[in-house]
Design a protein around this ligand. Structure first.
Ligand code: GLU
Ligand code: MG
Length: 548
């Protein structure tokens, strides 16, 4: 989730006096790193993933609960690829060595994931399991959904009435984030999404209401980071993946249930977006700090940037005066409308010291703007510009996660190779984004560019199905196959086909998204009373079938 350090950490009120100096220094850090590294090139394409796993325990009554001991597992295991995440039932992994352009690496992903899961399993005892689950459906229903069950409950960080703070990862960063977000906002976070109404659903309460960060940041995702050849390539691909992110999101939808109720959303996005929304009541900012982006980054994308982009004018001028190109300057000044939510005591010492190559303040602000895509600048000479793709709900199976990775990495290569031009007005992309979050997002119509080869084409966009976008005559899959052939990579096609065929089936409706499978499972379960509610029996059966 970002940036972990061991040090005394400030509360929101302690931070107040330092905020503006911190942010100003963060802007200067960006200016410095931009000029130092703007021409960094790295011809070796490198990429990696981030997988978030969930720990589960079956108790003596055969009920599944969240196993709250990720911190112990990380401590016990001697591997550098386990990272703590927000909830202490989450374990995050990143491959210790990044993958490169060799397509063979795509065929190794499954092995890597199996290996990771086996490594976690070694640390588990009887009736403890690791699963890939984007959201635990009964989270927040009862306190005894945790194992070990916390004895002395506390909630002073979140003030939640439904989830105790005991389940937050004990690293001080996570608890302080919770408290500082709430304090900055001036009240507890409020999360609300509609229930998916069924025949016997009580419509007096037709929304699911949740009251703390754990509902969102306790959810699990798959992220991909690609290191590109240089800044121009990174800006260009960033923009193309802004357009693609709703499509990728809809393909990955796997979280239809919250707090024991079927919701009208298929993905975790809206819940997590609201769960860290730290905006003050009187603050005129249109989106949460966890949201879709509000600007494309390439200079020639200007005419497609048609939504409000709030940015700090002084920061923008400073960036411009220091040679940062206009749109990039606006993007950075936009990131800096957010305050740092975490500040450490020794950060204050850095206000007066000149530390070489220290970009912490910039990195902290950048990594707590949780957007659908993220631009990550190099922090050293050897590094290059990176793009992080952050939309995917995690999938319940290794195969499905792998298929999303293979498809996305091949898309990056193909789009770059043919210089595809996906720009669609950002307002339309934001419309797409909202649709992709919702129930049956996969079946909706999306604004998409009609001609993705000719940037001067007058016929800009129309509504299309995901099937058409991916499998149509000029669909993305055709370009991927063309790329594999033109690059003389046909030898990989038979192996890669199993993943691409899955994407073809998913996008054409021949296969269901996981969200749809979960909904169908619930609806056909004998313990489901057509009231939109999920009980422990249904949950047990649901979890049983995804245990690896
Ligand atoms: N767990 C978060 C999600 O599901 C992501 C946290 C992170 O940025 O690593 O989106
Ligand atoms: Mg993470």
């Amino acid at each position: 989730m970002g940036f972990l350090k061991e040090d005394k950490i400030f509360t929101w009120s302690e931070m107040g006096q330092y905020l503006s100096s911190y942010k100003r220094l963060g802007i200067h850090q960006f200016i410095e790193l931009y000029h130092k590294y703007k021409s960094n090139t790295n011809n070796a394409f490198v990429w990696g993933y981030e997988m978030e796993y969930t720990l589960i325990k079956k108790d003596d009554k055969n009920n599944f609960k969240l196993l709250v001991k990720a911190d112990q597992i990380i401590k016990q295991s001697n591997n550098d690829f386990w990272k703590p995440e927000y909830a202490n039932w989450m374990l995050e992994s990143t491959p210790s060595v990044p993958f490169n352009n060799d397509l063979l690496h795509l065929l190794l992903i499954e092995k890597y994931l199996i290996n990771e899961i086996n490594l976690i399993k070694k640390q588990l005892t009887d009736n403890e399991y690791v699963v890939m689950l984007s959201h635990f459906p009964l989270l927040g229903c009862k306190v005894n959904h945790f194992s070990p069950q916390p004895i002395k409950l506390y909630n002073n960080y979140s003030l939640s009435n439904t989830i105790p703070d005991n389940i937050i990862n004990p690293h001080i960063r996570f608890r302080t984030l919770t408290q500082n977000i709430r304090e900055r906002r001036g009240e507890k976070v409020k999360i609300e999404i509609p229930i998916d109404i069924d025949k016997n659903t009580s419509i007096i309460n037709d929304t699911i209401k949740m009251d703390c960060m754990a509902y969102g940041m306790g959810s699990c995702c798959l992220q991909l980071t690609v290191q590109l050849s240089g800044l121009p390539d990174a800006l260009y691909l960033y923009d193309q993946f802004v357009v693609l992110s709703p499509i990728l999101m809809a393909l990955s939808g796997s979280s239809p249930i919250y707090q024991g109720a079927l919701s009208s959303h298929d993905t975790r996005w809206s819940v997590i977006e609201q769960s860290v929304d730290d905006r003050k009541k009187n603050e005129n900012i249109s989106k949460s700090r966890y949201s879709s982006v509000s600007t494309y980054l390439c200079e020639d994308s200007k005419k497609y940037n048609d939504i409000v982009l709030e940015y700090n004018k002084e920061d923008y001028l400073l960036l411009k005066q220091n040679g940062i190109p206009m749109i990039l300057a606006k993007h950075i000044a936009h990131l800096f409308i957010r305050d740092p939510i975490i500040m450490y005591q020794n950060d204050v010492d850095k206000f007066t010291q000149q530390l070489p190559d220290n970009y912490d303040f910039f990195v902290n602000i950048n990594s707590s703007n949780w957007n659908n895509v993220r631009l990550k600048p190099p922090l050293s000479k050897e590094d290059s510009w990176k793009l992080e793709i952050r939309v995917f709900d995690i999938q319940q199976s290794i195969f499905r996660n792998t298929a999303l990775m293979v498809f996305t990495i091949l898309l990056v290569r193909t789009i770059s190779f043919y210089n595809l031009y996906l720009y669609t007005p950002l307002s339309k992309v934001d419309d797409n984004f909202q649709k992709s979050i919702e129930k049956e997002g996969i079946d909706k119509y999306y604004y998409f560019r009609t001609n993705i080869e000719d940037k001067n084409s007058m016929d800009i966009y129309r509504k299309m199905t995901i099937n058409e976008i991916i499998n149509g005559e000029n669909g993305l899959i055709q370009y991927i196959y063309k790329y594999l052939q033109e690059r003389k990579l046909e030898e990989y096609i038979p192996e890669i086909n199993k993943y691409l065929h899955y994407i073809i089936e998913l996008s054409s409706g021949l296969k269901n998204t996981e969200a749809k499978n979960v909904r169908d499972f619930v609806k056909h379960h004998p313990d489901y009373y057509q009231d939109s509610k999920i009980n422990q029996v249904i949950l047990n059966d649901l979890i049983q079938q995804i245990i690896q």
